[in-house]
Design a binder for this molecule. Sequence first.
Ligand code: GDP
Length: 523
Amino acid sequence: MSHFDDRRTFAIISHPDAGKTTLTEKLLLFGGAIHLAGEVKARGAARRARSDWMKIEQQRGISVTSSVMTFEREGITFNLLDTPGHEDFSEDTYRTLTAVDSAVMVIDVAKGIESQTRKLFEVCRLRSVPIITFVNKVDREGRPVFETLDEIAELLALDVTPMTWPVGMGGEFEGIYDLVGNRLLLPEGPSREFLGKVVEVSGLDDPKLDELLSAPGVAKLREDAELAMAGYAPFDAEAYRNGDLTPVYFGSALKEFGVDSLIAALAEHAPPPRPQPAEPAPVSPANPEVTGFVFKVQANMDPNHRDRIAFMRLCSGTFKRGMKLTPSGHGKPIAIHSPILFFARERELADEAFPGDIIGIPNHGVLRVGDTLSERPGVRFTGLPNFAPEILRRVALKDPTKTKQLRKALDDMAEEGVTQVFYPEIGSNWVIGVVGQLQLEVLLSRLEAEYKVGANLEPAPFETARWISAEDPAELKTFMDQNRSAMAKDRDDNPVFLAKSAWEVGYIADRYSKVKFAATRER
Ligand code: GDP
């Protein structure tokens, strides 16, 4: 039996500091955490042993690597895929979002929608990923609730439905009112945390509320909640699942308010695995044949080993340890003897995985981001894009005899999606491309630490890159011949046009109307 209806595979999207880490910790606390692949911003000694590359994370206090966290609650298995929280994110983040069925958007009540939240939201929107909103930090002064709701609605062009309502904020915070369940969640103790004190009421008119809350607090709650229920669309499960409406929960991850409601909302409303876009046809999770795709490849934490873990999202079938799966593109089946199953609480359970689950597959670089794995070849999942890099740099070796090592390193990192690499037709300096500045530092530090290659990154005379193609091969060849100095190959030998500016892309694209210039390349 393949049970996937009880799977909720989701990610948290937020701007740095909104409280993603705190919320993650509380989610794991409330749900019985089964296995943590990479601790949540692990602190102290456990971290120190890791490679130099990880030092960047430590110094900056950020998490560059993603991880998978699984917890279980009332028969539902939640797979939380972590996305790097730094403003300067890589394609990794985008790709992780291709492996989830829904997302939780965390917003700081004082700051509203911030730049990174917005970028990540747009990626979710592209794939119609449904979003539950968690407005965090109501234990602190924040913006008025209506202002927050209207901002979400306006900036993101979404319908919003408040599901809970904070009674006051900051120093006047008195609790959270559950508009759907008619319950009041109350703070306790000197730290005014949520320790489980819930009072059921018959509705907003219930006189019990007058006893539990201050007079101005209850008056404002009644007035606001009435206005809100009249002014915002009622919750509509279908609109939510289509990505047109977001239910909004208020809370404080720090004080543990609203975390429980959030888990309940994920269990009740968030979609289980859905059919995944694929060639020749979308793959239903009910399909008995095992299929999945690799959305992330991570280098082993141990710099002395070149092992890689490929993270595969299972899309259909029941995966069993030892199973042979064939990666798209290379044909040879591989037996998966030692999968890392993140939901395995007890060893004996670690032998099976279901659609929506993530499997870590140790390998030596055979598996690459975007690969489909299936019992029988012929299926290929689509929609895992490479993005046009926004920063291009030439790589100059300090020691010219290390060319081979450099190529290996650049290929490896391209495979992980940390950077892209381009080999120009003319000239010997390879060009690397990244989506964010931080990846440059990661690259240099890993070159030294893992590959013992000293290199400098020099400005390249290019600003962006486009994958080129044409229906008529002759047209493509003409273009390439006439623009030799701007031509390069990517790691898979696809022709790439290196442009001096976005303006140049437009200019050239006008002149060569038969050539297609793509800012993303689907693998
Ligand atoms: P991330 O960068 O999104 O992972 O944010 P963190 O979880 O690391 O939180 C950033 C800061 O906000 C930390 O100092 C947290 O203690 C604090 N914080 C997180 N949640 C809350 C909350 O609900 N209330 C208050 N007052 N502070 C919070």
